[in-house]
Structures are given as structure tokens and as C-alpha cells.
Write a protein that binds this ligand. Structure first.
Ligand SMILES: O=C(O)CCC(=O)C(=O)O
Length: 290
């Protein structure tokens, strides 16, 4: 396995993101593409919002139906295995620490014509107590400005402030709420164009977004997982009866490195795989997609 550049952790700390090029092989990309199709065809198991495809339905028509499948690792052993891919763990243990857990996966399909996601900070959606939330965005296709790559505002994680959020009706973006009122503008943002097989790591306080896929065809697929220190609680659900908010700890997690000091609590099965709502289906007022 190639060694990580020495500046990985310092680049991440300073800019709030880090790109690991050529992390996945072409064989790994092929199996992830095939699994994405299997999930979207309904062949991997039940996903809320996925309609099983008819045997004669072309793959392209099926893939175009879905913008993003949340929690794909819950039904796919292959996706589950990729949560702890050695190249991901290598970076996470540098930027988070020796003990790392994963609580979410998102499988973006984002066919041409599909919207992006407005400015946001992931800690708004997944609130860690110790601010260790880190995304690993695995490019399954070349991600370009044209097909809707990620955009980040470098350094925007540094103030450690969660900016306000609101609903929006900007047709460039899906239904997810947007951050607003922050002291940056679009000129401060840079596109993160990467080749398929690269992984973009980003801090949970980093402002980021993606624009619509304006390519004439194809997809901008990405498998995006969220991680944090296993040493911290994750108050990501309503406290149970008699439970303090401050001690609430989401336990539908997968340990990907080191040890889990709270392993004695066991794990639970709370999250169900589901499809992210597209604008076409209409946006409801409250939503929790990150
Ligand atoms: O890939 C995208 O279009 C958006 C991903 C994103 O914003 C995230 O993973 O938090």
C-alpha cells in the first residue's frame, strides 16, 4: 500500500479537506458500479423508495430514477466492507485518531440533469460531541465541474461555528436545507475535481455543496461515508425515556479502526436504507438528509 504524504493531516487541519488520489483500483470501481446497479434494481434487498426494476428495464432508466440511496451498507455486504477500506482507514486514523466509527453511508447516483446539494456543514445533520465528524467521498466516476463535483470553501471549518439553516426553493439543489449567513461567498469556493477512485476527506464543519450534473449523459456516482472518533458520544436521535440528552449516544455504528470504549453498550439497528427525495417528488418541510 502506498504511504500517505507526510502533509496529509496538516493539510486537512488547515484547509478542512484532503484528496487521496488513485485510492481504488479499476477492479474495485467495477464491483462498486455493479453493486450500485444491483441496489437500484432492487436486487440487493428492500430500500425504502426503490421500486424493483422489471427484468427488461434498461439499466440506465433504473439508475436515473435515484439521486442518492442512504445507508446502502445496511443491505449490501460489499458496501459494508468498503466502509473500512484500508486507504480510508489510513487517512481517518491520521485526521481523527486511532479509534474510529462510521454511522452513515450515502450512495450518490446523480445522473445527468439531476440537482446538486446546497451549501451545508455535515455536523448540522450528524452532531458529534467532539466535532470529529469526517466525510470520505469516494468518486466512482470522474467528478468534474460539468457533472456536479463537490465544491468546498477551504478553511471554513476553522471558526467551529454552525451557521443557520433554512429551507430553500433553488431548483439547482435537492430538498436538503441550506446553510446561510456565513461570511463567505461563492468566489471563496473551489471545485474539487477528481478522477474516479480518488477519495475526498472533509471536516464536518467545512462548508461544501455540489451543483447539478449538467453533462449530456452518464452519472456522477460517489459513495460517501461519515465517520467520527469512537471515543465520543453521538447524540443523533431523541433521548430515550430517562436518558439525558448529553448522554444520548447513537449506536447504529460500525467500528472501522481501533477499539470502541463503549462496546459494552452493544450496537443497534436503527437506520433503514432509503432513497433521498429529489425535487421532482416535492420537498417536505423537515428533513434529515446530510
Ligand atoms: O456529493 C454530493 O453531491 C453532495 C455530498 C455532500 O454534500 C455530503 O456528503 O455531505
Amino acid at each position: 500500500m502506498p504511504t500517505l504524504p507526510a502533509n496529509c493531516a496538516s493539510f486537512f487541519a488547515h484547509h478542512g479537506y484532503y484528496v487521496l488520489p488513485e485510492a481504488l483500483s479499476s477492479g474495485e470501481l467495477r464491483e462498486l458500479h455493479a453493486e450500485t446497479l444491483r441496489i437500484c434494481r432492487g436486487d440487493a434487498g428492500d430500500v425504502q423508495g426503490v421500486t424493483p426494476a422489471a427484468p427488461d428495464e434498461p439499466d440506465d432508466a433504473v439508475l436515473r430514477r435515484y439521486i442518492c440511496i442512504h445507508m446502502a451498507h445496511k443491505i449490501s455486504p460489499l458496501m459494508h466492507r468498503y466502509l473500512a477500506h484500508p486507504r480510508i482507514v489510513e487517512v481517518l486514523t491520521q485526521v481523527i485518531g486511532p479509534n474510529v466509527k462510521c454511522m452513515q453511508s450515502m450512495l450518490f447516483i446523480k445522473a445527468s440533469g439531476k440537482p446538486g446539494q446546497a451549501w451545508h456543514q455535515d455536523e448540522d445533520f450528524i452532531p458529534t460531541r467532539d466535532r470529529s465528524l469526517t466525510g470520505a467521498w469516494i468518486a466512482l466516476d470522474d467528478a468534474t465541474v460539468e457533472n456536479g463535483c463537490l465544491w468546498v470553501i477551504p478553511g471554513s471549518h476553522k471558526p467551529g461555528i454552525l451557521w443557520d439553516m433554512r429551507q430553500h426553493d433553488d431548483a439547482r439543489f435537492d430538498c436538503t436545507d441550506e446553510s446561510f449567513g456565513f461570511p463567505y461567498n461563492d468566489d471563496d469556493a473551489i471545485p474539487v475535481e477528481v478522477k474516479a477512485g480518488s477519495i475526498v476527506f472533509f471536516n464536518g464543519y467545512l462548508l461544501h455543496r455540489s451543483l447539478p450534473n449538467r453533462a449530456s449523459g452518464g452519472y456522477r456516482r460517489a459513495f460517501v461515508n461519515h465517520y467520527m472518533s469512537a471515543e465520543s458520544f453521538l447524540p443523533w436521535h431523541n433521548p430515550g425515556p430517562g436518558e439525558w440528552v448529553s448522554r444520548s449516544d447513537y449506536r447504529d455504528i460500525v467500528l472501522v479502526a481501533g477499539r470502541d470504549p463503549y462496546a459494552y453498550k452493544g450496537t443497534t439497528n436503527l437506520a433503514q436504507p432509503h432513497v433521498r427525495r429529489d425535487r421532482e417528488g416535492g420537498c417536505k418541510p423537515v428533513q434529515d438528509d446530510s
